[in-house]
Design a protein around this ligand. Structure first.
Ligand code: C2E
Ligand code: MG
Ligand code: MG
Length: 574
């Protein structure tokens, strides 16, 4: 098999930077121009006239139309074919000039004078168009280049990868998409800082780019960075299916060689999940989904580098469909309900509750939100669940306020998908109004990942929430690719430290310091901090010492039905 000239930068350029008009359009325009010029000359010297709609129109009247048509062709050539179009157009106009000059100055035929003027004017016009347009194009090109390039590594980004896949699909070429995730990269970021983490990513990107460009694998490869420590390799023109694993192994090998940064040595491993287009699916979104599913499956298997091909059972299709059916039934028959988990200040005074969605199976057993929320997110049902829980919890808050007069807080979880819906603010406002709830008593919990995935739009929405007077909490803090600058820019009120950190906290001094550091950062940014999943009095003690503001966890209260939560509030009141 002959290898295509494989260079990542070139492939990228071919894909998105140089989308030119087809050659056939060039030929057509030149031809049209030649015909228009010929007809301009002919009609200018033709005697007589033609009858149109009962009126006699002289042939000379058409001269202007044909010359205009010629100029339009010239302008199109310059705009569509840039340098070549400009040169050809200039040449065509200049070549006609000697005849006009001869007519005017030698034969004394002044009829050619307007033609000569027009030629001079059009030369000026297309020169202005060409040089101005060139500047604009250059600027556009640099913007496009930035749009398809990952800022940190200089590799093509996910958008570029998508372009390539769409191109391969259009050309009917089979390919393999490999999703790659570096193992334990988070620990490099956490222990050595993000600068070192970025340098490691750069080095990995450099090695993989060199490998892809070196043509030393038997396949044509394209490497892109997805986000964080996730990369993608697109393998095309493979001689056999067996060759895929050889190629992936080549990437694994160069990755596993020692990386030295600032005199520190790092040994990286990664997991690779891949799927075939079109064998596994001929829809690109599915190919992403499948290679990711293969990757996640292989990640579960433990440490070290691992490679896995997608198989349909990793998707757990049936289970997903089953849960989706159950969610729909539950929504339609009002069987989505909620529990409330108390949140306390560090001295064990009730702050309020977090509302958590609950759903029962046909046999009466509970299905965990950890199982049904992701399915609801995938199938677009999550906003209905969120709204149902929101409505129920506001109803509760209204009732408990009227009964006890207490002013507790209510935190509700909102998924990104729901938050981004155009009707979100309106829906929330209506419910608050219906139950006469002051917005200051409601807190919207959003996960940290939103700051990275859809920062700008999310920011706008969060500002709207804040403008209404509601509070914003960042849920599961520490599990995503947290960035201080994102955090600083987000107008939130509360940081919720994820249970994973609380679990680890008392196991080592460094884990404790880590939690202490998150609390300090929160306080520096004028945020309150709550620890989630606190299970033991020892943990409460430590959290008290390191300045945590609030506690939520089984130690002081599990999620409970609203009736029990009502009794809890009433008992405190007494
Ligand atoms: P989350 O928002 O981080 O909620 C906290 C989860 O931790 C709850 O799980 C809670 O029961 C559990 N938890 C709290 N304290 C402890 C503890 O001390 N030990 C242990 N082992 N677990 C504790 P749950 O109710 O299963 O909810 C899981 C996740 O589902 C929630 O995590 C949230 O992300 C999502 N979720 C729940 N309700 C909704 C909802 O109405 N809408 C949306 N979009 N997501 C929801
Ligand atoms: Mg939550
Ligand atoms: Mg949480």
């Amino acid at each position: 098999m002959v290898k295509r000239n494989n260079n990542i930068d070139k492939t990228l350029k071919n894909l998105s930077l140089n989308k030119e008009a087809p050659k056939s359009a060039f030929i057509l325009l030149v031809l049209l121009y030649a015909i228009a010029s010929f007809l301009t000359t002919r009609t200018s010297v033709m005697q007589g006239s033609i009858a149109i709609g009962g009126q006699m129109i002289s042939y000379n009247s058409f001269t202007g139309v044909f010359s205009m048509l010629g100029y339009i062709c010239i302008i199109c050539l310059v705009m569509l074919f840039r340098r070549v179009g400009y040169i050809v157009s200039m040449a065509a106009i200049i070549l006609q000039s000697p005849l006009m000059i001869f007519n005017i100055f030698v034969r004394g035929n002044l009829h050619s004078l307007p033609g000569l003027f027009s030629s001079v004017l059009i030369i000026g016009a297309i020169s202005i168009i060409h040089f101005t347009y060139r500047k604009i194009l250059k600027y556009q090109q640099s913007i496009r280049e930035q749009a398809v390039t990952d800022r940190i590594t200089g590799l093509p980004n996910r958008f570029a990868c998508n372009e390539l896949l769409t191109d391969l699909q259009r050309r009917g070429e089979p390919f393999v998409l490999v999703s790659v995730d570096l193992n334990d990269f988070k620990s490099i970021n956490d222990t050595m800082g993000h600068d070192t983490g970025d340098q490691v990513l750069k080095e990995v990107a450099r090695r993989w780019k060199d490998l892809a460009n070196s043509l030393s694998t038997e396949t044509v490869d394209f490497v892109a960075r997805n986000s964080g420590d996730e990369f993608m390799i697109v393998i095309s023109e493979y001689p056999s299916v067996e060759e895929i694993e050889n190629t992936i192994n080549a990437y694994r090998e160069v990755l596993e060689k020692k990386i030295t940064i600032d005199d520190c040595d790092y040994y990286l491993t990664a997991c690779f999940g891949y799927s075939f287009f079109p064998e596994d699916s001929d829809v690109i979104e599915n190919i992403y989904l499948f290679s990711d599913a293969a990757l996640h499956e292989v990640k579960k298997a433990g440490s070290g580098s691992r490679i896995s091909r997608f198989t349909p059972d990793v998707l757990n299709f049936e289970r997903t469909l089953e849960i989706e059916r159950k969610i729909r039934t539950a929504l339609n028959s009002d069987k989505i309900f909620f529990n409330l988990q108390p949140q306390y200040d560090i001295n064990h005074n009730l702050r309020g509750f977090e509302a958590l969605a609950r759903m029962k199976d046909d046999d009466g057993s509970f299905i965990s939100p950890v199982d049904f929320i992701p399915v609801a997110e995938k199938t677009g049902l999550v906003d209905r669940i969120d709204m149902r829980v929101f409505e129920l919890s506001m109803e509760f808050l209204d009732k408990i306020t009227r009964e006890t007069g207490t002013e507790i807080m209510m935190s509700v979880n909102v998924s990104v998908r729901h938050l981004m819906k155009n009707t979100f603010i309106e829906d929330i406002k209506n419910i608050l109004k219906a139950h006469n709830i002051a917005p200051e008593r409601v807190e919207i919990e959003i996960t940290e990942s939103i700051m990275i995935d859809s920062a700008e739009k999310a920011l706008q929405r969060i500002n709207e929430i804040k403008a209404m007077g509601m509070k914003v909490a960042i849920d599961d803090f520490g599990t995503g690719y947290s960035s201080l600058s994102y955090l600083n820019n987000f107008p939130s009120d509360l940081l919720k430290i994820d249970k994973a950190f609380i679990d680890q906290m008392n196991m080592s001094e460094s884990s404790k310091q880590y939690v202490a550091m998150i609390i300090s950062i929160g306080h520096i940014l004028h945020l309150k901090v709550i620890s989630e999943g606190v299970e033991s009095p020892d943990q409460v003690e430590v959290l008290k010492k390191i300045g945590c503001d609030y506690i939520q966890g089984f130690v002081w209260g599990k999620p409970m039905p609203p009736e029990e939560a009502g009794r809890l509030v009433s008992s405190i009141k007494k």
